[in-house]
Each structure stands twice: as structure tokens, then as C-alpha cells.
Design a protein around this ligand. Structure first.
Ligand SMILES: C[S@@+](CC[C@H](N)C(=O)[O-])C[C@H]1O[C@@H](n2cnc3c(N)ncnc32)[C@H](O)[C@@H]1O
Length: 313
């Protein structure tokens, strides 16, 4: 695709997707044209990691591209039609989502693979990742204890674990497929430090020991999967050290089979963080490919809302 000569990894992924799915070209064009050179550089870095993961993926890059198309056409589109017709997400309980999605290993695998590629193909996902990479991670103090809840494909966790100054790195996920994918991603990308991966529902407080406290907690594309997002953020506040921060990335108006809680604007995302007793330190909103934040808010189109919440005392 024109304009990607300086971003060879991104070019390789976009070319592989369009080779098998030429009808996606107009979307890809809009998505690339809407990014600054800095965001394109971050996308190229992420694309380089995805290409390394593809070497070990079942089906290689071609398989990942098929899973990306599956995400767009078979996972998101039917839910989008339901959302447009009824103004709400189709499922509302964790029990339903666990049955339909989390317990279905092969489906979950394709879903997480598709999501991995959306990080470079959808401009709102690419911009949220750029913010994480260029602003949030560099702001962590040396020796920071870091927890990610719901790492899914493991890419964000890898980016944290590969930072030289990071202290400890832990992740919890409720899905065995996500834990396995995250472990595989860390191994393939060559993370040497110990990373504690735990199969765990964030609401499960059955552990006898007092919880560990963290300087940094990441919750990316997870809040919308929960029935009670404020309860989760309140729990997260309790796992933060005073002065610790949570990086929340939550999509508004973004239907998917396991999305239960509808956030309908960037302001709504900030309200959730505040309702949990956290201070909003920073908030940004990235509208879906090909639209503006005003239009996306008015028409209830997808917006990636990135909010950094601070625990003051
Ligand atoms: C859509 S993926 C997000 C992957 C990645 N963080 C990203 O930003 O692309 C959501 C992840 O959250 C996990 N998850 C959902 N509910 C959870 C819960 N209650 N406790 C822990 N993990 C949960 C899912 O299993 C899945 O791996």
C-alpha cells in the first residue's frame, strides 16, 4: 500500500491482509491515512512483534490474517447489527459470555489472534497502543511492580515485561486460552525475566493471603466484559499502592459477543474511574477508523477511551 515504505513491518501485514481480502482496502487506507508519523512508527514496532509471533503461530501470518477477517466479519459484524437495531449489547451476564466465548477454546484463539492484528489495523486500537507505548510505560518509575488483568494475546504484557527498569510483572486472566497465548507470546518474543501468569477471575478473592500491592495496573479491553465495572475498579484501587496508577483502555459503543457493559462515551469512561474513588490523571479518546470524536459520540460509534486513574492516598 502507498505511504508505508518507511514502515516495512506494517506494510507486510497490511499487504498480507489485503492479498487475501482486497475488499478491505478502503478501510485500511482510511486507517493508515488517519495516523501521525509517531503513531505509524509505534504501529510498525507492534507489527514487527506480530510478525515474530506469526512465525510460531499455527497457520503463520496467513492464519492470523484469516482470524482478523473472522473477527471483523463473523465476530463483530453480527453484534454490530444487533447493537444498531436494539441499542444495547446482546449478552449481559458473565455466565452467558463464559458459556459462549471463554469456554470455547478454538473460538477464543481466533478472537485473540484477530484482536492482535486489530492493534495495527484499526486506527483507534493503534492510537491507544501508541499512548501505552510512548506515554504510559515510560512514565513508570524504575522498579515498578506491574500487574495486567486480562492480557489476552499478551502483547501489552510483553511491552511492559521488556522494559529494562520494570520491577515485577504479574498477569491474571480468567481464560486458559489467554493464559496459554500470553505464555507463548512471552516465550517467542524472548522475555527472560520471571513473569507470574495466574488463571484467575479478578473478582475471585478466595486467596487466603493479603493481596499484593502494585504501582501499575493495566486493564485493556476488559472493563466492557464485566457486569460490574465500578466494583472491579474499586478492587483495583485496593490493589494499588498510594500513588499507583491504573491504565484503563475501554471501548465505547463497541459490540462483541463477550461485551456486557455498555460504555457510551469517553465521559462515561472517566465517570466509571471516578466512581471507584480514583483520580483521573489523564484521559484521551480515539474514534474508530474514518470518523471524528464528535461524530462518533453523536452516532454512538466505537471510541477507544484511554483513562489513567491515580490512587491518591
Ligand atoms: C478482549 S481481551 C483483551 C486483550 C488485551 N488486553 C487487549 O487489550 O487487546 C479480554 C481479556 O480479558 C479476560 N477477562 C475477561 N473477564 C475477566 C475477569 N473477570 N478476570 C480476569 N480476566 C478477564 C479475557 O479472558 C480476555 O483474555
Amino acid at each position: 500500500m502507498n505511504g508505508l515504505a518507511d514502515y516495512p513491518h506494517l506494510d507486510q501485514i497490511v499487504s498480507a491482509i489485503l492479498g487475501a481480502w482486497p475488499e478491505h482496502e478502503m478501510f485500511a487506507r482510511k486507517s493508515i491515512d488517519g495516523r501521525s508519523p509517531e503513531v505509524l512508527r509505534s504501529s510498525d514496532q507492534i507489527a514487527g512483534l506480530i510478525l515474530r509471533l506469526a512465525l510460531h503461530a499455527h497457520g503463520g501470518l496467513e492464519g492470523l490474517c484469516e482470524d482478523y477477517r473472522f473477527l471483523c466479519e463473523a465476530i463483530v459484524l453480527p453484534e454490530e447489527l444487533h447493537f444498531r437495531r436494539h441499542g444495547r449489547y446482546r449478552l449481559s451476564t458473565l455466565e452467558e459470555a463464559a458459556r459462549e466465548v471463554y469456554a470455547n477454546g478454538p473460538f477464543m484463539e481466533r478472537y485473540m489472534n484477530g484482536l492482535l492484528l486489530s492493534g495495527v489495523m484499526w486506527s483507534n486500537h493503534a492510537q491507544a497502543l501508541d499512548q501505552y507505548l510512548r506515554e504510559y510505560l515510560p512514565s513508570l518509575a524504575s522498579g515498578a511492580d506491574h500487574l495486567e488483568i486480562g492480557p489476552g494475546h499478551g502483547l501489552l504484557l510483553y511491552l511492559a515485561a521488556s522494559r529494562p527498569g520494570i520491577g515485577s510483572v504479574t498477569a491474571w486472566d480468567v481464560s486458559p486460552t489467554s493464559i496459554a497465548n500470553t505464555r507463548a507470546a512471552l516465550d517467542v518474543l524472548g522475555v527472560r525475566r520471571p513473569v507470574d501468569l495466574v488463571l484467575k477471575d479478578l473478582f475471585d478473592t478466595s486467596g487466603a493471603e493479603p493481596p499484593r500491592l502494585y504501582d501499575s495496573i493495566v486493564l485493556s479491553e476488559v472493563l466492557e466484559h464485566l457486569e460490574q465495572p465500578v466494583r472491579a475498579l474499586e478492587a483495583i484501587k485496593g490493589w494499588l499502592k498510594p500513588g499507583g496508577r491504573v491504565w484503563v483502555n475501554v471501548p465505547a459503543n463497541s459490540p462483541a459477543p463477550d461485551h456486557l457493559f455498555l460504555v457510551d462515551s469517553a465521559d462515561h469512561a472517566c465517570e466509571l474511574v471516578k466512581a471507584a474513588g480514583l483520580e483521573v490523571e489523564h484521559a484521551t479518546a480515539f474514534p474508530m477508523t474514518g470518523t471524528t470524536i464528535e461524530k462518533a459520540t453523536r452516532r454512538k460509534l466505537a471510541i477507544s477511551c484511554v483513562v489513567t486513574g491515580l490512587r491518591r492516598g
